[in-house]
Each structure stands twice: as structure tokens, then as C-alpha cells.
Design a protein around this ligand. Sequence first.
Ligand code: 7PJ
Length: 275
Amino acid sequence: MKLDCAGKSLDLSIPRVMGVLNITPDSFSDGGVFLQMDAALRQAERMAAEGAAIIDIGGESTRPGAHPVALEEELDRVIPVIKALQRELDIPLSIDTSKPEVMTLAIEAGAGMINDVRALRAPGALAAAVASGVPVCLMHMRGEPRSMQKEVLYADVTTEVLEFLEQRVEVCLDSGMERARLLIDPGFGFGKDLRHNLELFRDLPKFVSLGFPVLIGVSRKTMIGKMLGHEVDERVFASVALAALGANQGVALIRAHDVGATVDAVRICQAILEI
Ligand code: 7PJ
């Protein structure tokens, strides 16, 4: 199962790790443009050296409560980083965005995958993604980041998330997207409480059964804080444990901040799966 990410290959025949690269000004508060760029490139190089199979680049925070970012601002953040990294690294880059203009310009700059937490529901996103020719991850989100944790009600979270993703897959196929370009993601923490997240995690094999590579993002998330009472910087061990559990359930791609540790977890898991 090999994906063609704009000329760079992503082999998902065994579970892989997607490194997270957030380009948001508050992450490097007083660095200025050059330092910010330099820090981003170093972080990406480090994740590649630690075994990331792909790097996900995002210029708009989608954490609970986050405000939207204007188009020009998002482009200024991500495009220079994509241009530099696509030259420098052998592994593909993914663009984490919901805006069609960002998708198109990021692919033009060298990105090889689209990761959209809104599953191409923004006006123009579906057409931009189809035209891009690259693989696309469709993620489930209830509501919008600004408000998504306010009221979270599902009759049966797994069934509803599965149905949503199947519908988005149909919409993509109807628009001419090749089936082999799609990945799916239940969207941990996006309009879900702890119980919903745990049910979804338990039910990951049902998502794998749909026949698309499954991506999960649980790294350092609030669900771990809720379970263990840990602050963000104390959630690495639990994140790595969830990565191993996910890989064991057939997840293809694990989105993670702590790449080296996550790659170790996924590799030992794979060693047992393939025996
Ligand atoms: C996810 C994501 C995720 C996918 C974020 C954070 C929030 N993309 N982008 N899946 N999470 N596909 O990293 O805490 O779970 S941003």
C-alpha cells in the first residue's frame, strides 16, 4: 500500500509516524520571521532523522477554543517552510488546512498530501483537493474548533463518525477523486468528550475495516490530561502508549509531536504483527 505524494512515496504497508510541525507565531514568541523559519526547519529535520514518514505542516491552530487565521497570514506561515523543506527532505510533506487556496498553493510549493480536519466541507475545498492529485485525509469534526467542546452529544459516537466518513468518501468519489488517494481519521478530541474518544479508540478496527488507511492524532491531547491529570508536557508516555495500541489495531499513520519515541513504539508493534 504505497501512496504517491506528488512524487515522494509514502509506504503504508506497515504503520508509520506523521510528525507535527505547527507554524504559529505564539510557538516562537519573540523570534522574528527568520528565527521562526529556522526553528521550523530544524524541528522538521529532527523529526525526519527520528524516522517520521511524512511531516504535517499547519499554519492555523485547530485546538479547542482556537480562533480562525486569515488566508494571507496562513499562507505567509506555511508556504516558505514547504518550499524549503520539500527541497531539503526526501519524505513527503502534508498541508494541514481547510482553505482551498492554501491547499492549491501548498501543493504548488511541493506539499504531497492534504490533511483537512473539516473533511473538504469548506466551499471550494473539494474541487481544490480533487484537482491537486495528491492523497487526502478526511477527518471527522463536530462543530468548529472555537466551540466544538461546548455541547457534545451522540446517540452512538462510533456509528455516527463512521457514517460521516463514509458520506465524505462518497462525496469525494462522486467528484472524481481516486479511491486510492483517501485516508480517514475519526478526529480524536474534535467535538468529543473523554468517553467518546475512548469508544472511538476501542472501535478503531471498525474504521480500518472500511478499507482506507486510518490516521489518528492523539499526541499530547486533552483526553490524556482527562485520564491522567497530566499537563501537556507530561503526556508523552501516554501518547506513545496510545500510538502502540493504535498500530496494534491496524492504524496506518500516527500523527505525533514526539517522533522518535513514537517510531520506537510503532516499530516494536510491527515486529510482533509481522511474526
Ligand atoms: C489532528 C489533526 C488529528 C488529523 C490536529 C492537536 C490538534 N489532523 N490536526 N487528526 N489534530 N488528521 O494536534 O492537538 O487528530 S491539531
